[in-house]
Design a protein around this ligand. Sequence first.
Ligand SMILES: Nc1ncnc2c1ncn2[C@@H]1O[C@H](COP(=O)(O)OP(=O)(O)O)[C@@H](O)[C@H]1O
Ligand SMILES: CC(C)(COP(=O)(O)O)[C@@H](O)C(=O)NCCC(=O)O
Ligand SMILES: [K+]
Length: 252
Amino acid sequence: MVLLVDAGNSRLKWSELDAAGRPSIQQAAAYGDRPALAAFLDLLDAYPNVGHITLVHVLTHLFAESVQAACEQRGVHLHSVRSVAQAYGITNGYQNPMALGADRFVGLVAAHRLANGQASIVIDCGTAITVDAVERQGQHLGGLILPGLRLSADALIARAQGKLSFSLEQPTIFADSTSNAIGGGCLFGLVGAIEGICTRMQQNMSSPVVRVLTGGDAEYLNAWLPGDYCVQPDLLMHGLAYITEQTLCTSC
Ligand SMILES: Nc1ncnc2c1ncn2[C@@H]1O[C@H](COP(=O)(O)OP(=O)(O)O)[C@@H](O)[C@H]1O
Ligand SMILES: CC(C)(COP(=O)(O)O)[C@@H](O)C(=O)NCCC(=O)O
Ligand SMILES: [K+]
């Protein structure tokens, strides 16, 4: 059995791959105060029948080495996806292609396929928000990195001397409490940033784009985004499924 796994900075996400090569409904576990590795080891324990894992992660070499060792110990074949100059229909736009976050690369692969011949902008709303543009032929033009929704509010609170908190429930631009003012400020600030960046990117691209929204905050942010977005919280699972299909040996 094959597992697709995405280890971000806040949460582990995974899907099983079915016999037809489709990912099951994505599941997620927040790390909280635990190391990401603990969440990964729990996942291995929960799937004793797994034979192959296609992994994308943005974590440390230590995480990668520990994951490799744990998989070897259990006889699990591991494919850890890296950003490269060109693969799976995407030409990486970074000066140093390997420096592009592997999650961004997998997002580009999936969004390009989803856009089906159109140009796309992929917006991944996780710990960070990343916005990346891909032309019709799969040329990645580059992209931007912003602090994500929860991180923005957490960072403000961590730097403030007073005991502040934030709320993202019932946001309003006319907030009448500190927690609503911080939550709404971060929310509406990011909504404006995403809209503005997409508009600027579109103005500098040669054909109309499909805007693809993914990540843990995709559905929440989409409710406040005025533009037309294709919301795919499990976009990376589709990228990992395609990469698995392209690389997996039949014996696994
Ligand atoms: N228990 C949780 N812990 C952290 N973030 C959570 C949790 N539940 C929902 N989220 C939301 O999910 C976002 C992280 O999304 P995700 O795409 O999983 O990030 P990453 O890929 O960086 O781990 C956070 O900004 C937060 O708003
Ligand atoms: C930008 C990121 C921190 C986003 O991580 P995430 O929010 O998905 O946890 C990650 O893609 C990363 O570490 N990238 C390497 C730097 C870069 O892409 O330029
Ligand atoms: K991510």
